[in-house]
Ligand binder design. Structure first.
Ligand SMILES: [Zn+2]
Length: 76
């Protein structure tokens, strides 16, 4: 018995970007049934393309923004 759709499980450190091998934060389930993993960088880069072929996009890049806000503020 094969389950095609997996429940949205959190991406882990074991999930790697298909492009660069960095930790994946975006999971793309394709209409064709395949699955792609991307890091935040590539997830954003390919998002316009992915939206055309994706059945579902699981975006966990927000987990990256847990950096202290002061770090991302530009220097004054
Ligand atoms: Zn990447």
């Amino acid at each position: 018995m094969t389950t095609v759709l997996t429940p949205a499980s959190p991406l882990t450190a074991a999930d790697r970007c298909d492009r660069c091998g960095a930790q994946a934060y975006v999971r793309v389930v394709l209409l064709s049934g395949g699955e792609l993993l991307f890091c935040a960088h590539h997830g954003r880069k390919f998002e316009p393309e992915l939206k055309k072929i994706a059945a579902e996009i699981q975006d966990e890049t927000e987990r990256l923004t847990t950096v202290p806000a002061s770090m991302s503020e530009e220097e004054r």
